[in-house]
Structure formats: structure tokens, C-alpha cells
Design a binder for this molecule. Structure first.
Ligand code: CA
Length: 220
């Protein structure tokens, strides 16, 4: 079976041409749509990642995102927004997007995210390894270089969740749901405290705070 491909939905011809060239240069199979209305038909089973511009001329990008998520729960969706607004980002993540980039973005940043998303389709049981951090979910052990980390249970769960989504934002809501088993949206001081202690173990640069949104484990 060939590697999952990328579907790019972007109305700006100049941006799209540049992205297609760069992605193809990295060996990815890429299809491009300039409009959103045929997104569902184009997101065939061999597409593993959709890069979706939210500002499309024919349909609301958020609606496209919702429909794609509904039709293909396993699909990775990376939204592009020109509007540097927290609300758009949050609305996009609520509509089912896995990740976002705000224009203008660095191509290196985009390529790192694309690699991370397409790798997710690979073997789930393999240990996660990003930079000098390695996490084996099966044995619940984690290392920084040669040194094994002494993590409390929630710190381990948090690390596993973040590194499993390395390069992508994980929302505070998702962390609360998956690590603390609660949709509690009030004060999340406990979460901040755990991130702070985790950072001491994995290195402060490793986990980025996206204020009001969540956290991202950085690809190196
Ligand atoms: Ca646009």
C-alpha cells in the first residue's frame, strides 16, 4: 500500500503552487482543490491529511472541516488561517481540525507538521521518540537521552498524550478529558502545575504553551 497522500484545499494559486511543489519535493502525493465544494469527493481513502484554508470563496471553511471530520473520523486535518485570531483557531479545532497554522508560516514548520500527521497513520505500539525524549506507552517508561525519567502517573499520561501529537496543538479541553477524565472547564491549575513539573524533566523548550488554546510538544 502506498503512503497516505495530502489533499490541499487553498484558493490562492500562488500559495497553492508553492505548497504543492514543496510537498511533492518531499515525496508526498498531493492533490489540490481551489474550492471547498468538492472536498468530500476528493478526500478519498488514500488521503491521510487535508490541509484546509479556512478562507475559501465558495463555502465556509469551518463547514468543510466539519463535513470532512464527519465523513472521515480518521483523517488528519490541518487548517490554515490568515486571521490571527484565537477565536478562529478554537472554532476550527471545535469543528474537528487536529492542528492549525497561521499565515504566513515557515515552510519548514508546515513540512514538520505534515510529517507528524502522516506518521500517525503508522504503528501505534512503537515507542514515541522526539529529540532526546523517548516514551514507551506499553511499559509506561520514559527517557531523556540515557536517563530514565521518574514521572508521576498523570505526568506520564500528559507526556504520552503530548508526544503522541508532537508538532500539533493539544487543547486544554482534550487534556482534561483524556488525562483527568473530566470535561471540567473551570480553573485548570492542576494542568498548569503538571506541565510545569513535566517541563523540568523533559526540558523547558520541549513544550510550548499556546495561551488560551493548549500545549504543543515541539518537533526538533
Ligand atoms: Ca483563502
Amino acid at each position: 500500500m502506498s503512503a497516505p497522500g495530502v489533499l490541499l484545499i487553498e484558493d490562492d494559486d500562488a500559495i497553492a503552487a508553492g505548497l504543492v511543489r514543496v510537498l511533492q519535493g518531499q515525496g508526498h502525493q498531493v492533490d489540490r482543490l481551489a474550492l471547498g465544494r468538492n472536498a468530500l469527493e476528493a478526500a478519498r481513502d488514500d488521503v491521510g491529511l487535508v490541509i484546509l484554508d479556512l478562507g475559501l470563496p465558495d463555502v465556509d471553511g469551518l463547514e468543510v472541516c466539519r463535513r470532512l471530520r464527519h465523513a472521515r473520523p480518521d483523517l488528519a486535518i490541518l487548517i490554515l488561517t490568515a486571521r490571527d485570531q484565537e477565536l478562529d483557531v478554537v472554532a476550527g479545532l471545535d469543528a474537528g481540525a487536529d492542528d492549525y497554522l497561521v499565515k504566513p508560516f515557515r515552510l519548514g514548520e508546515l513540512l514538520a507538521r505534515v510529517r507528524a500527521h502522516l506518521r500517525r497513520a503508522g504503528d501505534d505500539s512503537a515507542p514515541f521518540e522526539v529529540g532526546e525524549i523517548r516514551v514507551d506507552v506499553g511499559s509506561r517508561r520514559a527517557w531523556r537521552g540515557e536517563r530514565e525519567l521518574a514521572l508521576r502517573p498523570k505526568e506520564f499520561d500528559l507526556l504520552a498524550l503530548l508526544i503522541g501529537s508532537a508538532g500539533r496543538v493539544v487543547t486544554r479541553q482534550r487534556i482534561m478529558e483524556e488525562v483527568w477524565d473530566t470535561a471540567w472547564m473551570g480553573s485548570t491549575k492542576t494542568l498548569d502545575t503538571h506541565v510545569a513539573t513535566l517541563r523540568q524533566q523533559v526540558g523547558p523548550e520541549t513544550i510550548t504553551t499556546l495561551r488560551g488554546v493548549g500545549y504543543r510538544f515541539e518537533l526538533t
